[in-house]
Ligand binder design. Structure first.
Ligand SMILES: [Zn+2]
Length: 338
């Protein structure tokens, strides 16, 4: 098959790779219905994270089971499945607590920007959809696999409650779906921080009640103005820089919650400052597996349409164009069709 390999900054190639094979009896092979480029793929693309050797890319996926190992009990070929970026057994104590990304057997699932993918711990990792979904649902099911699941975790970690005031830092795809998640969880006021017109429009469509363009200290001052000097109950941090993290912490009210899902790059927190902020901090790699059944149902019931976050659809062999468009912020997020 041909698949996506990153060689270094701005060097993404679509080239011959061996077809994936079952390596363990708990594996499954799936044929992808769709795949996509993640905001986190842009860190190595921009050279902000080293690429030591040519690396197969992609970790967002849904598709049809082709083949299962002999120990796979709950899945069979032909089923439509959605998974997430870390394989998990979904049964160890950590998984039982709902933190499947820290599963005792966890394994990163890489190489999904391809026609076929090997998924470890298939019984625990994959969630089968009862019937093969209509093609119109594919973008939203694809979004569930990472970007919505991550926005959802940000909102859960930020303790979004009905009637609360929520701020979303970051207008990438995760931030936009963090807005959608906060809306689903009943936030009354949702303030999106964005200065890009198409993203502002999508934020409003997903449920933002206010959009502000200021950032950093000015952004925090604006949030304080809008909340009677208090700060927000919940803040979703969906970027991962020092500025965005401090913006999120300062925008939360005393006793408020910050849910952070932007992969930190160069973020350091000052203990003294943190001590006097009085905020709850919770975040990390989203345990998307915990939310898959609920989010798949919301999509198939037509309650949410997170697939709208894909504003560029390309054939998989044009994957390099997808990276370029996202890097230049021409596209919010690229959907790739094998
Ligand atoms: Zn586990």
């Amino acid at each position: 098959m041909k698949a996506t390999v990153m060689y270094g900054p701005r060097d993404v190639r679509f080239e011959d790779r061996p077809d994936p094979e079952l390596m363990k009896p708990t594996d499954a092979i799936i044929r992808l219905a769709a795949t996509s480029v993640c905001g986190s793929d842009l860190w190595p693309y921009r050279g902000l994270q080293p690429t030591d050797e040519p690396t197969p890319m992609g970790h967002e996926y849904c598709g049809v089971v082709e083949e299962v190992g002999r120990d796979v009990k709950t899945l069979r070929p032909g089923q439509f499945v959605v998974g997430s970026f870390f394989a998990s057994d979904n049964s160890c104590p950590v998984c039982q607590y709902g933190y499947q990304t820290s599963c005792q057997q966890t394994e990163f699932v890489g190489g999904a920007q391809a026609p076929y993918l090997r998924v470890p711990l298939a019984d625990g990792t994959l969630v089968a959809v009862a019937e093969t979904p209509d093609a119109a649902f594919i973008p939203s099911l694809q979004a569930v696999s990472d970007v919505l699941g991550t926005g959802w975790f940000a909102a859960r970690a930020a303790n979004v409650q009905p009637g609360s005031t929520t701020v979303v830092v970051g207008d990438g795809a995760v931030g936009l779906l963090g807005v959608l998640s906060a809306r689903q969880m009943g936030a009354e006021r949702i303030i999106a921080m964005s200065r890009h017109a198409p993203r502002q429009a999508l934020a409003r469509e997903f449920g933002a009640t206010d959009v502000i363009t200021e950032r950093g200290d000015e952004g925090v001052a604006r949030i304080m103005d809008m909340t009677g000097g208090l700060g927000a109950d919940s803040v979703l941090e969906c970027v991962g820089t020092q500025e965005s993290m401090m913006q999120a912490i300062h925008a939360a009210r005393p006793g408020g919650h910050v849910g952070y899902v932007g992969v930190p790059h160069g973020v350091t927190l000052d203990g003294q400052q943190l001590f006097f902020e009085h905020v709850h901090l919770h975040g990390g790699p989203a345990p998307v597996r915990q939310y898959l059944p609920e989010l798949i149902d919301l999509v198939l019931d037509g309650a949410i349409n997170p697939g709208k976050v894909f504003d560029l659809t390309l054939p998989l062999d044009q994957v390099a164009e997808g990276y370029r468009a996202m890097d230049e912020r021409i596209a919010i997020k690229a959907l790739l069709m094998p």
